[in-house]
Ligand binder design. Sequence first.
Ligand SMILES: C[S@@+](CC[C@H](N)C(=O)[O-])C[C@H]1O[C@@H](n2cnc3c(N)ncnc32)[C@H](O)[C@@H]1O
Length: 202
Amino acid sequence: MKQYTAAFERNREPIAGALREALGDCRRVMEIGSGSGQHAAWFASEFPHVSWCPTDLAAMLPSIDAWRQECGLDNIEPARALDVLSLDWPAIEFDAVVTINTLHIVSFEGVRSILAGAAGRLPPGGLMFVYGPFRFSGRALEPSNANFDAWLRERDPDSGLRLFDDVDGIAARHGLRFERDVPMPANNHALWWRKSPSDAGE
Ligand SMILES: C[S@@+](CC[C@H](N)C(=O)[O-])C[C@H]1O[C@@H](n2cnc3c(N)ncnc32)[C@H](O)[C@@H]1O
């Protein structure tokens, strides 16, 4: 039932470092595409003042809940089903959205849904935090990311590394103001946005 990802062992500390700066006084995080559930359990222990709400496609929920039960923390909530392509988001309130290694997996429509769905539900000042590999205009893709991108597209032509400007353009149209890009090991990035005080979203 419990799934493991090797990448988790490598990226949990760098991501926790970026989250420490980004989360500030956020109190309830909705995580999108929680995967195995290892990050949720780890971040719940790293950030005891935050209630962590993991979500993913229904098939992933048993693994997330197995990690939740094993860690025994009361600031991680039972996993909820969320397919970002549906309009059926869990009816919960949160002041931060965190998504790790998902924007290059879901289709571009999925990227739009994540940003629009989060922006439409975050309060002013709320956090949208994304971790993963990205393309940046005017910069060649690093060889490791170019290989990864080719592998992803071969597997699923709708997936692949996203151009930061495209992601930021969607975010801006939905009232999310870009705040920080923190380079992470292995050519990944922690990127975050804040919901604008005036709701300029579409
Ligand atoms: C590469 S995994 C990352 C998992 C985890 N965040 C991590 O970093 O270990 C991508 C995740 O996106 C989820 N996912 C794919 N399509 C999705 C969709 N339409 N809605 C929600 N989650 C989706 C997958 O189930 C998977 O857990």
